[in-house]
Unconditional design. Structure first.
Length: 511
């Protein structure tokens, strides 16, 4: 295969850390190279160097055999390397057309934008990818999945020789992932090359021809995908074998102690009934838009409900706001850790005590700083959060360590019910195993866990029972002995055949 891009002995240092340590990489024309590793392994830093967002301290980059150096992403784009970052760069208040061709709009003699040509050009481009979007539509009116696809198409519109995709499917539905993969393969046949960063190892085997593994800023190995297994990749990524990601635990038929009855909110969810047993991990599955997250937020008091009641230990709770839920020891861990879950600009210490600050004050309301320091350091150790100090800003932690911080901060309220929305989204396999172990520990201690997830293998591996939602209603219950992706997806799609499955016992109020 003809070599298109090579990076030789690339190094990059930041204060206190060697992020990339003499890493070399090669990419052939028309090749899809998967790049995997734990959070903090150096993947994003390496690809940001290739994409012009960072300057290397050492090493060189060759494109089509010519030495290149980039001072900005615009330099890299002009040379033929485009990158789609994890964080979207779209402007919500601008149209689809304005976002795709930002700074590249067709202009007239007086430098005025030729709007008719812009919208026609956009329609032709979207038509090429069979994407039914109105070029005039504002981006903020699109779903997160549509925005992610649009971000990728924006990069493709520059006609790159190399396209770098950093966790491109984190916000996509199964249908959108299939659409993306179809177009990646199509562009590959046209000669475009890809570097594909993902934590979802199953995607490596679906889309890539070769895989490169990084760990602690170093290049560990590169192999054809056909020559490795998922266990091989995990071992290389974490430096140890993880033989049972989901672990094992024994569950007893404990009493139901938490119940949701008649929860409804027009346009979001309708007539939701379910119970939770002590020590149970209860899954909540469904397609994007099914209403899973909305139910969790309403239980916690973030969003209002129009009707419904919540019972804990036989007593009805009045929850109008999150503070009410916290007082009753109900925790909600949001799917959006950066936007809603953590105080990114504040130190790790302050984050770890935020929901339970009252525990660290005296009778006069003064904060006991030494108690907070001691507690924060204990939690850093207990949850294996990689940080040089509890004073480090959460913004500077890797995604996996941010997620572990989110779990650790809610331990402080000593929860009786833990609602966890997308517990391992954007988290590497090592941190994922640690989070699963903590959830098993919660359950073993008698805490009921409600796990909302779009990752079916995760639900099947972790849960005792799974409730499935479709269009705002619970359409089925699947017990552990009947777990099957096919049955769960049937309920999620609202298919009639699913209602004949023996596990089904819902869509009726409790007796």
């Amino acid at each position: 295969m003809e070599e298109l891009l090579s990076a030789e002995q690339i190094s990059k240092r930041f204060p206190g850390v060697l992020a990339v340590d003499h890493v070399s990489l090669s990419l052939g024309k028309g090749e899809i190279l998967a790049l995997v590793g734990e959070n903090g392994a150096g993947k994003s830093t390496l690809t940001q160097i290739l994409g012009g967002a960072q300057r290397p301290d050492e090493g060189q980059i060759l494109l089509e055999g010519r030495l290149v150096a980039f001072n900005s992403p615009e330099d890299a784009i002009r040379a033929g390397i485009s990158m789609v970052f994890q964080e979207l760069s779209l402007v919500g208040s601008l149209s689809v057309a304005e976002n795709i061709f930002a700074n590249r709009q067709p202009v007239g003699a007086l430098n005025n934008i030729r709007w008719g040509e812009l919208y026609h050009q956009t329609a032709e481009f979207l038509g090429r990818f069979e994407l039914d979007l109105n070029p005039h539509m504002l981006v903020k009116q699109l779903s997160m999945g549509q925005q992610q696809i649009l971000e990728i198409l924006k990069a493709i519109s520059t006609s790159p020789k190399v396209l770098i995709l950093d966790e491109p499917t984190s916000s996509l539905t199964e249908g959108e992932i299939a659409y993306l993969f179809q177009n990646i393969r199509r562009l590959q046949k046209e000669g475009m090359s890809f570097i594909y960063i993902t934590h979802k190892l199953s995607e490596v085997f679906q889309i890539a021809g070769r895989v490169m593994v990084m760990r602690d800023g170093r290049h560990i190995d590169s192999k054809p995908v056909a020559e490795v297994t998922e266990n091989n990749l995990v071992a290389m990524m974490v430096g140890r074998q993880i033989t049972d990601l989901y672990g094992t635990r024994s569950t007893s038929d404990r009493e139901e102690y938490f119940r949701v009855e008649g929860f409804s909110r027009r346009g979001h969810f309708q007539d939701i009934h379910f119970g939770l047993r002590r020590g149970e991990i209860l899954g909540l599955a469904g397609l994007v838009g099914a209403g899973r997250t909305e139910v969790g937020r309403a239980i916690f008091g973030i969003d209002r409900k129009e009707s419904g009641r919540v019972f804990l230990n036989g007593d009805e709770l009045l929850i109008r706001r999150p503070q009410d839920a916290i007082r009753h020891k109900i925790a909600y861990l949001t799917e959006d850790r950066k936007g809603q879950g953590l105080f990114l600009g504040m130190p790790l210490r302050e984050n770890l005590v935020a929901p339970s600050l009252g525990r660290f004050t005296n009778a006069l309301g003064f904060v006991n700083l030494s108690f907070i320091d001691r507690y924060a350091n204990e939690k850093v150790s207990e949850f294996a959060i990689a940080t040089p100090s509890v004073e480090k800003k959460v913004l500077d932690l890797s995604g996996g360590n941010q997620q572990k911080t989110l779990v650790a901060m809610w331990v402080g309220i000593q929860p009786e019910v833990l609602i966890f929305d997308e517990p391992t989204r954007g988290v590497d396999v090592g941190a994922r195993a640690e989070i699963y172990a903590k959830l098993r520990d919660f359950a073993a201690a008698g805490v009921g866990v409600i796990m909302i997830s779009s990752d079916l293998p995760e639900l099947i591996g972790m849960c005792d029972r799974i409730l499935v939602m479709h269009h705002g209603r619970i359409t089925g219950e699947v017990l552990r002995q009947d777990f099957s992706e096919a049955y769960i997806l049937s309920y999620a799609a609202g298919l009639e055949e699913a209602t004949r499955h023996p596990s089904r016992r819902l869509d009726q109020p409790p007796a």
